[in-house]
Design a protein around this ligand. Sequence first.
Ligand SMILES: [Zn+2]
Ligand SMILES: [Zn+2]
Length: 357
Amino acid sequence: MISAPLSPYSRPTVPDPRRVALWAAARGWHVHPLAPGTKIPVRGCDRCSPGTKECPNPQYLQHDGHGCECIAVGRACHGVLAATTDPERIAAWWQRMPAAGVGVAAGPSGLVILDVDCHGGQPPEGLAELLPGVELPDDIAPGSVLDGRDALALLVEVRRATFPGCHPETLMVRTPSGGLHYWFRAPEGTVWRPLAGALGWQLDVRAGSSYAVAPGTATRSGSYTALGDCRTVAELPVWLARDLDRTGHRVRPERPRVVLPWRPRNMGSGYVAAAVEGELRAVAEAQSGTRNETLNRAAFKLGTLCEAGRLDRARIADVLLDAARHAGLPEREAEAAIRSGLVAGERHPRRLTGAAA
Ligand SMILES: [Zn+2]
Ligand SMILES: [Zn+2]
């Protein structure tokens, strides 16, 4: 159903978009219709479409697409937010819009799609911008990196990894502009976000709230075509997941704020009280591995205020110990860290001036 790479002599056959949409949905991918011939979502209803800068829609009512009632009743408003795997809804959409292309919403589909651009252009002058944060070999020949494919190849080399084409095999889609989309499954329980260019030059990531065009979709500039025989998606390789995490693509759940089981009473006012509260919270919420250091640093900071006569040393030692216990730090270890931090801090008394005094 999805077209294989075409020889220049064969006539392209464009799969029926409705079948493409149902094929994708059967894989658990959430689809939404794209305006015929384009790669942008269809226009929603009058109430939901802001229009463009040049041509704003006067009927548009400003609202948050999340939870918009149009989506609940099956309208294709708000692009990716309307994406679904429901075959009935899909059949109805493409019956009404038979020429609409197929978008696949990355986040709800559990996909992370590496978007490798191949549109030439001037590579960044400094190698540092090619793959930000990656230590590159010194012997890269100038002019050897021409597009995103080369940037990716370099990253694969530095990481001593293998990549689709070899292993793991995964769905690869050629875009009309000659780019490549590598489709991966997000590892269980992980959430990712798109960040254009953060991984490297001409390397983008489709994840979270962004979408990719399904293979088999034709646009006015050409078709999105699956390469080779592989139509399944492999799990995001570990080395690439690490690089995407490093470059800020991973969304980590916010840890609930620790409710301090005590109120730091008689701990000064204004700036001093806020400093105490902040340090105690940092200690109480510290992760294992950084707890001791966090505690020592907090004791140092508060020590600088003790000597300045702003805080009572014994009382501060007590509440710091409470916070350290809360973080699960062994008592002896905690006491030692507090003592050394306070002593060091007291050698550097802080003079509070202005509003902080
Ligand atoms: Zn609507
Ligand atoms: Zn709406």
